[in-house]
Write a protein that binds this ligand. Structure first.
Ligand code: ATP
Ligand code: MG
Length: 399
């Protein structure tokens, strides 16, 4: 504990309420530790903040005047593990101080409201008034201070929240939902197959939300795919970094494999054999990265290569778990999420993906695993995978 915590912070702070309250014991502890260190890291660019945990709440307190509170607020809204957040002003633990603080802090809110109420919580049970008494006392004084705003305990325009905590009292307005989920790093590490489409940024985001630290792999097929297509994928990764933290993107050349498949395999299996090759390479990348799962943006029935049988053929070549968070989602739901997390507009930029090169006219939708294996035997798969991995490049996308 540093000295700063003992001094009354001046001005506005941010309160983060922890999510996943069902977590118990050791999990709870590692949740809190991970979340605290993630919050500290993410706020580094916003100035100097004191960040600490008390009673299932993380306090984010600016130190000095050089802190960018708006940037900090935006950053905190994108941190997984935070269930809800509010901006608040701390003050001494007395009705007079609380009223004085609310009058200044909520002046504009009172000017815009026709009615209000006070809602109090007393985390410090030794405080001499209970929450109802606090609300009545503070509400009475505020009603006098703002005679144009009526008290309405049922449907007020404005709710003034008062919390009496260990050291100070806090005045804040309504809290907003946080990003939810689990802190990044708590769910282990996985390699996500990132294309330039709508789906895979969303599937990556969904697993990050479960606390999974990501590394991305992206396959490129020059000259069939362009530099712009690759830049678009890097931009998608960049858009994900406020949620996921900085990302390592593995760029793997895929042209030779695709040309070999076209030359030597039956057309109806082009996509499936290509996807099997992607999975093999992604698994090799994952093993090197110490990752314990692969993530794809597949959704059941969306395209021929995403029928149940096709998915079975695809994952036949890997032993790591393949996580497909979009498997049961409709495209409209996926698009809604893509818009919410901010990747949609980039995803729909019209650049080709290597999946759209050499697409068969009549892809097999009920593929037979043995038949695909037999068709694939025409390739020297191991050598092709090894050469693709030799050409691998890494790009670190910063937050
Ligand atoms: P998306 O919108 O994510 O591109 P999609 O519906 O277009 O998905 P496919 O093109 O069949 O589906 O790809 C299925 C999944 O395979 C993608 O969600 C992604 O995880 C992975 N994938 C496809 N192309 C690539 C690529 N070029 N690099 C890395 N992964 C890819
Ligand atoms: Mg795609």
């Amino acid at each position: 504990m540093s000295n700063c915590e003992h001094a009354l912070p001046q001005g506005e702070i941010i309160l983060l309420k922890l999510g996943e309250v069902v977590l118990k014991g050791l999990n709870r502890r590692s949740f809190e530790d991970k979340l605290l260190s993630n919050v500290r890291r993410r706020l580094k660019n916003c100035g100097s903040f004191q960040v600490y945990l008390r009673q299932s709440t993380i306090y984010v307190e600016p130190q000095g005047t050089s802190c960018d509170m708006e940037a900090a607020w935006t950053a905190c809204r994108q941190i997984f593990g935070v269930a809800a957040l509010a901006r608040a002003v701390p003050c001494e633990k007395s009705v007079e101080a609380i009223v004085a603080t609310a009058k200044v802090y909520l002046k504009d809110a009172f000017a815009a409201a026709r009615s209000f109420k006070v809602e109090s919580r007393r985390a410090d049970k030794t405080f001499r008034m209970n929450s109802i008494q606090i609300s009545q006392a503070v509400g009475g004084e505020l009603a006098e201070a703002f005679p144009a705003v009526a008290v309405d305990v049922h449907h007020p325009d404005l709710t003034v929240f008062v919390e009496i905590r260990e050291k100070y009292a806090y005045v804040h307005t309504a809290s907003v939902p946080g990003a939810g989920g689990l802190p990044i790093g708590m769910g282990g590490r996985a390699v996500s197959l990132l294309s330039g489409g709508i789906d895979s940024p969303v599937s990556s985001w969904m697993m990050a939300r479960r606390g999974v630290e990501l590394e991305m792999v992206h396959f490129v097929s020059p000259p069939y795919t362009s530099q712009q297509a690759q830049d678009k994928v890097l931009e998608l990764a960049r858009l994900l970094t406020p949620w996921c933290g900085r990302l390592l993107v593995h760029i793997v050349p895929f042209t030779e494999i695709q040309e070999e498949i076209r030359r030597k395999c039956p057309e109806e299996y082009f996509t499936l054999i290509m996807r099997r090759s992607m999975m093999r390479i992604a698994e090799a990348v994952a093993r090197k990265a110490g990752a314990k799962a692969l993530i794809t943006g597949e959704s059941l029935g969306q395209v021929a290569s995403q029928t149940m049988m096709a998915l079975g053929v695809t994952e036949d070549v890997v032993s790591l778990p393949v996580l497909r968070p979009l498997i049961g989602m409709d495209k409209v739901e996926i698009i809604r999420l893509a818009r919410e997390i901010g990747t949609f507009d980039t995803s729909i930029l019209p650049y080709e993906d290597c999946c759209t090169v050499f697409t068969p006219r009549h892809p097999a939708t009920r593929p037979d695993l043995e038949a695909v294996r037999a068709a694939e035997a025409a390739l020297d798969v191991d050598a092709l995978v090894a050469r693709a991995l030799e050409g691998e490049q890494w790009i670190r996308v910063k937050y």
